[in-house]
Design a protein around this ligand. Structure first.
Ligand code: ADP
Ligand code: MG
Length: 301
């Protein structure tokens, strides 16, 4: 197969591993810098050009679209979809996953366990919003934050009100969420490929920190997940329409709660922690599923 990897940087661990795993299996792997792909959208024959050359003959595309280039990256991916190239994850599913609120609404509609979460626009509604999610302590999140940046724990209602008002004043959309204290600063990353959890790890925040993100100094270790956690992760990825996803789960007193679903989950932490060949499993998935024009949403909204 000829497989495109949309990535800003061929030296990133995830990109390198995907290219390596593809080449090992005899595929032609081409890394395309997402922001350097340009396209003719108004042609009867949709095209993508790269460094002066038309990009043709691809069987599949692996999007590795960073949060800061979601808009342009999804447009490039959509163009691949219009050309009939099979996307590992579809542009529509990636756009959904990048908006935390939209994701939680989709998951909630399908009855997946989530932390109690509120959303409001007007500062006048803040006191009731705080009551609605059960009062302090609570977590405030910027809707499009990533790597733990823009996630704040407020111990008191007064602190929460001030933080929410500050974000609102900056025209920054936020959501307010119940704090799952019993998770003890840990969460579980379930790596889903197709309809399986192929690897999972526990991430523990460093002392004095509640965010378990590895980018925030968290540490990863092996963990055995329960059948309920496994089912929850698989269902969450499916609801989002993602073939490959990093589903983050909090262990609460009343079962697993999905915190977020990542559409470009990093490979380094999970491969190093679990010794699984995650990149190889992803390429295997493409070998089994990539078919011309098999995009469920065909580049639609
Ligand atoms: P990001 O997209 O920036 O990673 P997350 O929603 O995943 O944002 O939050 C970052 C981290 O903060 C999580 O990995 C988790 O450890 C912690 N966290 C987030 N929400 C909650 C919550 N409601 N209760 C307890 N811990 C939370
Ligand atoms: Mg996260």
């Amino acid at each position: 197969m000829k497989i495109a990897v949309l990535s800003r940087n061929p030296r990133l661990y995830s990109t390198r591993r995907l290219v390596e795993a593809g080449r090992q299996r005899g595929h032609d792997m081409v890394v395309i810098d997402t922001l350097r792909a340009y396209m003719n959208i108004a042609s009867h024959k949709p095209q993508i050009h790269y460094r002066g050359m038309p990009m043709e003959g691809f069987d599949a595309v692996i999007p590795r679209i960073g949060a800061s280039v979601t808009f342009y990256g999804c447009a490039v991916l959509r163009q691949f979809e219009m050309m009939g190239v099979f996307p590992l994850n579809e542009s529509v599913a990636i756009s959904r996953s990048r908006d935390k609120l939209r994701s939680l609404q989709l998951l909630s509609r399908k009855g997946i366990g989530l932390p109690v979460t509120g959303f409001a626009h007007s500062p006048d509604d803040v006191p009731d919003l705080i009551r609605m999610v059960g009062g302090a302590p609570l977590v405030i999140k910027v809707l499009e934050g990533t790597q733990g940046i823009g996630v704040v724990l407020c111990e008191t209602e007064k602190a929460a009100e001030s933080v929410i008002e500050a974000f609102m004043g900056l025209k920054q959309d936020i959501m307010v969420q119940e704090y799952i204290e019993e998770a003890g600063g840990a969460d579980i990353r379930c790596f889903v490929v197709g309809d399986k959890v192929i690897a999972s790890m526990k991430r523990q925040a460093k002392p004095g920190e509640f965010r378990s993100n590895l980018h925030r100094g968290g540490s990863a270790s092996l963990i055995k997940i329960t059948p309920e956690e496994r089912m929850t992760a698989i269902r969450a990825a499916k609801v989002m329409g993602l073939n490959v996803a990093g589903v983050d789960i909090l262990r609460s007193n009343h079962g697993p709660l999905v915190m977020e679903v990542n559409s470009s989950p990093g490979l380094e932490g999970i491969e190093v922690t679990t010794s699984r060949d995650v990149a190889g499993i992803i390429i295997d998935h493409l070998e089994k599923n990539a078919e011309y024009g098999m995009t469920r949403t065909k580049g639609k909204g």
